[in-house]
Design a protein around this ligand. Structure first.
Ligand SMILES: C[S@@+](CC[C@H](N)C(=O)[O-])C[C@H]1O[C@@H](n2cnc3c(N)ncnc32)[C@H](O)[C@@H]1O
Length: 188
């Protein structure tokens, strides 16, 4: 990774997110999200990927998935997966992620919200230039369920443009959306 780049963090939030009726809920953590986010994070030079959940049992589940590959049986099966999963930190809320990223990077990260519903947002090339220009660290916020709750849009410093294909279908998984966005911001 080029040394002049701003530090990049990602956070996968399971609360506050919306359900299909637009109620604020906490969604369940899935092991597939953890694995794929970790792999994308390592590929694109993300410093730390936070899995955020307010419920201790859900955080314990996430830690079990990660520990299996780092210290458990999975360790001997696939060292590459272990390397990626070491980038994951499981935290209770966004503030904990921000505090941890601030300690690691030495400055508070710019909070960048991602959403499929943004009509006008920051262009990818503008954020990319900012990252390449040794600016403040950046934390990308990704949702689960039916997307991040409006309260998070108020907390975010910036809202990123929605990814759009040539069709009207607008239901990317968070795994696909995060990989595409990381490639736009950091891909060679
Ligand atoms: C709404 S959740 C869907 C979670 C779902 N359960 C799944 O299968 O992954 C998807 C998240 O990925 C990101 N995302 C999805 N589509 C997007 C788009 N078109 N543009 C930008 N971000 C998008 C947002 O962070 C969004 O909150």
């Amino acid at each position: 990774m080029a040394p002049q780049m701003a530090e990049l963090f990602v956070a996968l939030l399971h609360h506050p997110v919306l359900d299909r009726r637009e109620r604020v809920i906490a969604s369940a953590i899935t092991s597939l999200d953890i694995h794929d986010l970790a792999r994308s994070a390592l590929t694109y030079g993300v410093r730390t990927a936070y899995v955020v959940h307010p419920v201790p049992e859900q955080r314990a589940f996430a830690s079990t998935v990660i520990d299996h590959w780092i210290t458990g049986q999975g360790r001997v099966l696939d060292a590459r997966r272990q390397r990626a999963l070491r980038l994951i930190e499981v935290v209770a809320d966004l503030d904990e992620a921000i505090d941890d990223a601030t300690l690691r990077a030495g400055a508070r990260p710019l909070l960048v919200l991602t959403s499929a519903r943004t009509n006008e947002g920051l262009a990818y090339d503008v954020l990319r230039q900012r990252i390449e220009g040794e600016g403040a660290p950046v934390m990308l916020l990704f949702g689960t369920g039916f997307g991040l709750a409006p309260a998070l849009a108020q907390r975010a410093d910036v809202v990123l443009s929605a990814l759009r294909g040539p069709t009207d279908y607008n239901h990317l998984s968070v795994r696909a959306a995060s990989a595409i966005i990381l490639d736009r911001l950091r891909g060679r």
